[in-house]
Design a protein around this ligand. Sequence first.
Ligand code: SF4
Length: 267
Amino acid sequence: MAVDIGSKCDEKVSTFELNVLNTKVNFRIGIKENQASLADIVPLARTICTKICNIVLQNVNSNGGKIPCRKNCSAHCCRYLVPLSVPEALRLKKEISEAPPEKRELIWKGCLAASRHILINKPPRKLTHQSAKVSSNEQSDLNIISNWYRGLNLDCPFLHKNTCTIYEQRPLACREHYVTGSARGCEEEHAATKLLEMPLYVSNALGQLASELEGTDVEAVILPLVLSWCEENKKRAEKTWPYAMMVERLFKIIKEMASENSGAVTI
Ligand code: SF4
């Protein structure tokens, strides 16, 4: 399987091979010589994520498993905590600002209402102290915040009439979230569904890349607070690095994560 990403004749092309559950995927990536921001690496991360997920889904299907997750499903999972890596947060803000005015307004209103709901419902101390930021490498923090968030029973602000309004730009955490079982199982609080574990989470690799480039902890931004977080972190959207180095490093992190994770994905 070959994936061509923006390789034009005047660009240097880098190739990477991923082996996902014994299926080889060859990426040919057009590397621009110019600098790029954290947001600029997100389309590549989305493509890698989609390729990995598709292979995993095909594998489940060919083994007789059923996956009810699809666009315009019951959106039951769209009430869970969705953490965004820093590059995704910056990219989503940019994409929202380029959306048509009515859509932008709908999203701003949704995020504002959700942020109010979050802030008046006694968030865990850590969240109050660190704005929208949690340390995603501290699993206990995430569990505390995740359980608290479930208790809010809050629809995702990007969900409108049970449809994701940013489906093509949705976070990696949403793209990597699948269950096996029946759609009815989702309605019944997942009694008959099981979370599908991915061999590798590109969302984690992207978070790791941003942390290395910026010299920060690995951070996660809570989806409904993304716009206010970006307002507070405008300067981080302006920083740039050589794109070729970012791409090389992203694949290297994926390789390192894969080798720690039973080798279901290799490079
Ligand atoms: S971004 Fe879209 S897919 Fe993700 S939780 Fe929100 S509505 Fe659901």
